[in-house]
Design a protein around this ligand. Sequence first.
Ligand code: EPU
Length: 433
Amino acid sequence: MAPSGPTEFILIEGGRPLSGAVPIEGAKNAALPCMAAALLTADDCVIENVPAIEDVQILAQVMRVLGATVEQVDPTTWRINAAAVHTVDAPPDLVRKMRASFLVMGPLLARFGRATSCAPGGDVIGQRPIDVHWVGFGAMGAALSREGEIYSAESPRLQGASIFMDYPSHIGTENLLMAATLADGVTTMINASGEPEVVCLAGMLEAMGARIAGAGSNRLVVEGVERLHGVTHRVIPDRIEAGTFAMAAAITRGSVVLEGARPDHMEAVIWKLREAQVDVDVRDDGFRVTARRPLAAVNVQALPYPGFPTDLQSAIGVLLTQARGESVIHERVYDNRLLYVHELTRMGAEIDVRGQTAVVYGPRRLKGTDVRALDIRSGASLVLGGLVATGETRISDVWHLDRGYAHFDDKIRSLGAAYRRVVQDPQPVPASP
Ligand code: EPU
């Protein structure tokens, strides 16, 4: 949902190689479920390495409406206490703003025996149903109903169950995992998501007293306990932010160190960069990405982890406009995540899209023009396009970027990009005659 107020644009003069080092923030998609997990206990939960992004603020607000005390202790540390939760009805106006807000359902249902929410909002990247969450809550014995747009789930105590997940949904797994920690008996989740962010959440839950086996695999076994206690937990580094800066280094023929990034979470990305003739030097505390040779075309399939992440599909799509030859991208996670191609084509890219497949013909010279960010990741990808385009690129709807990337402007500028943000006040409405 676009914020009201002055309109912001990003202006980029392309053509400068990026160089230097950039610290990688905590992962958005791990910080959000970890915050929601604090609803499972009445004790304090301290979550460290939380990125300073809009989505964190929105979830904090959702949790405050529920009655939790949510405090930002320092720029990256949050303390949450959910002892005084007084409602289990997630506020629809906030839930509609982003997908992750639906993560409060599992913990509320497990601890308080009831939860309601509208369908969550989020980026327009394809169908985003919640059937996996719903079927799982039902299998654990919750009575499910829907009145208008409000979904309700109710059960005095969830029962451990065997759950087959039609799709290894990322937040679906997280919601069911949190719910299962306080269920009576053993829950087995088959075809679960093994994304690193799920493992991060499972680590937090285990430190709170949950009994979980199989985190990181597609089969999770959870033995429910009576109660969970407080914890201090550190969020893993953001592999999508790291991947975005890696692509920025590669596309500008630069050399950038991604400080604190976890190469073991990024094997598909590192493999594809190397295949495209980009040098990746893995170190103990991150990795360096350097582009010395001409980029080569590669084929990419966006898949659930450990496949190539859909959240970097648009970023590598932009990179491949600069690679010699034909690259084929299959987006297999979302059914409508190639919309950014339209904006890139306006910059001079040559890309054919058929269904969920894009064929990228390269290399093509990109030219700066006016383009629009459509979601968090397409916004970052248009920045990549701007970094290599001739002339000035002007990106609108940049609020998308602020939902997912902390300190993005400072970081990209520190690497040498000619990048600035301008604010334009809304045009005054002419007075009626
Ligand atoms: N799906 C179903 N049924 C469900 C849930 C999902 O069929 O009940 C399908 C969707 O239609 C979609 C696919 O599963 O085609 C993937 O959805 P998934 O549920 O795995 O995604 P998500 O949990 O809603 C999280 C991230 C996304 C990331 C995906 C895939 C968060 C808050 N969001 O979404 O992140 O793309 O996993 O890794 O964790 C982003 O950060 O920009 C972003 C979109």
